[in-house]
Write a protein that binds this ligand. Sequence first.
Ligand SMILES: [Zn+2]
Ligand SMILES: [Zn+2]
Length: 754
Amino acid sequence: MHASITVTGIVQGVGFRPFIYRIATRHNLRGYVRNRADAVVEISLDGDEARINAFLESLRKEKPPLARLDSVQVEYSERETGLPQFTIEHSSQQRSKSGSVIPPDIAICGDCLKELKSPNDRRFGYFFITCTNCGPRFTTILGTPYDRPNTTMVKFPMCPNCEKEYRNPMNRRFHAQTIACATCGPRLALLDRTGTQLDTKDPIREAGRLLSEGYSLALKGNGGFHLAAPTLQDAPIARLRASKERRNKPFAIMARDLEATMSFADARSIERELLESYVRPIVLLHKRQPFPLSSLISPGLDSVGVMLPYTGMHYLIFDSTSEPALIMTSANAPNQPIITENMEAIQRLGSVVDYFLVHDRDIAQRADDSVLRCLEDLPTPIRRSRGYAPAPILLKKSRKIRSLGLGAELNTTACMILANKAYLTQHIGDTETIETARFLQDAVGHLQTLIGFQPDIIACDLHPKFTTTRIAEQISNHDGLPLRRVQHHHAHAVSLMAEHGLDEIVGIICDGFGLGFAGEAWGGEILVCRGSQVKRTAHLEEQPMVGGDLATRYPARMVAGILRSEPSIQDWLKANASHLPHGNEEIPIINRQLEKRDFIWTSSCGRVLDAVAAILNVSHERTYEGEPAMKLESVARGDGDVLGASPEVDGEFIRTTKMVQEIYDQRNNIATSDLAASAHTYIARSLTEAAVSAARSEGIKTIGFSGGVALNERISLMIRRLVTENGLRYVSNVAVPPGDGGIALGQAYLAAIE
Ligand SMILES: [Zn+2]
Ligand SMILES: [Zn+2]
């Protein structure tokens, strides 16, 4: 009897062929297994039927931990091929299936970590130690099938010892494509800031020593460069912050281990599990008070982003320093993708860091670290990248139309929908620059090739000036494909429908800015969505953004607009003029702009929170996305019921002026922590009231919360509780970010509905 089997899913780069080899020989079957260029694994078996069935059972039950089987297709025939034994064959270039994909990068496994630390092991202290169960994948793969010649390891021919392990079916590195050792694998070098190599026998130990002494380093990892610095002293971090764009932006840190993490942050069991998972994402944790590390890590915030070491190099660095944690943040120039090349790093970072720890393996695909925040029991992605991409998200509903969504402008990702799977690219970033736009195009092209995907339709934002819109128009013109322009907040709402398999939802969608259907500036919307239809039933009261984008940068301008009828506002502006770039001279300009109605109206939730942050003296300038609102959330630890204002939903308007006015009136009488908490309570209650009333009148049972504000713990948890108390179902994003990193999923899903 002969069986010809094709397996799709994540089956290359996860030790799948060695596993097939072992179970086939165990069941006394003959034939072969091989990888194909469409990322599918093909198995050919000769033997009696009972043995083949036993093999198939083992295949499903014992599959390697990182493998994911989406389909196993078996065709039987009477005629055997007559192969004398079972072998792993050379890969074939055949491509006939789409949807299989190579795995994301995987953190170092326990077995490799043990060897790394065993003086008798031949890989003792080797920074690029990996096996079939661990190591980089997506970031090393140039093309499929996933074989060494198609990876960045191609430059490193195996030494006889590695070769022996690679060929031995009983070895745990049998066919491990990233196999390497100190003799044959990539090597490290320590460079000074001019790029001159330092003469040292042990670059990692030396790097650890330099970090302990307060120097900063740029480290080349698997998916790009990190900036690294010690965390106990202020001076090195202050130097990293010297550039304007990094003035306040929180830096992620890498902690030595979980114990060290618990010394400066609180981590609940769900957060500890995430930290230790093989994805090793950055998890946003509440700081312990008093915070024992430098306050410059995440200034003005009560949270800190923490990850644990995930490569041999990270562990070795911690072995040579006593720091409990290190700054470990993506190295990139403003609005540029993460740096991947040694020369570029030296050119761009030579004035920022003191030393470079680099290796000589190329980076095939960039991958920034992923970031999550647990909202109670719901791990919510902030950035979905390393460890997740390119593994698909399984959708509850399958789509016939294949669609490609290109995202919005900030924190962009692109998304491809193929049947019941959504494939998102790694985090691309803000697509305003040519470099990031090119990165987006490359990442889309690479993922398309990996999964064998050709779209039937393209989707993009309504905003005509977004780079992503322009790219979508180009693809649409070039390939003669229809283009679906999706309203920004509608896309957020549909991302919830896609994740949860819903046909209808009332969406509470709050963020900083998205273009409305008639070109308005939206950002606090109640949307009723049915299938591909959308209706805006309510929204936050429109407020003037005096000076347009300047009001986003300097929240005092929002205050001037919202409280334009408050008699004492001129005094307040004068008292706060030092926070405006032109000081007192700017006040008459603001007044004139108000008088001449030289402003745009916005229903943005972010802008209202920004205004409250300015009134409460918590933040006066937005130097990074979401800064004033994030700082406001950080101080909102008090009593959320001190305001007299109860939610005021007036037809389609969810009023905000009265709340802001009351906070202004009480700013010197009531504690900041209470007033900040109360602003959150007011926003959450009034949004929920409007959403519940829409759900009742439309007969919809589910309310979802998305948009960047959904990452606000206080507002999210309150909306969730209130929705549930009203007997309705609450949903939020758990597979993609609620911010703009998840918008491509909504765009693509909507385009695939029709
Ligand atoms: Zn391993
Ligand atoms: Zn070797």
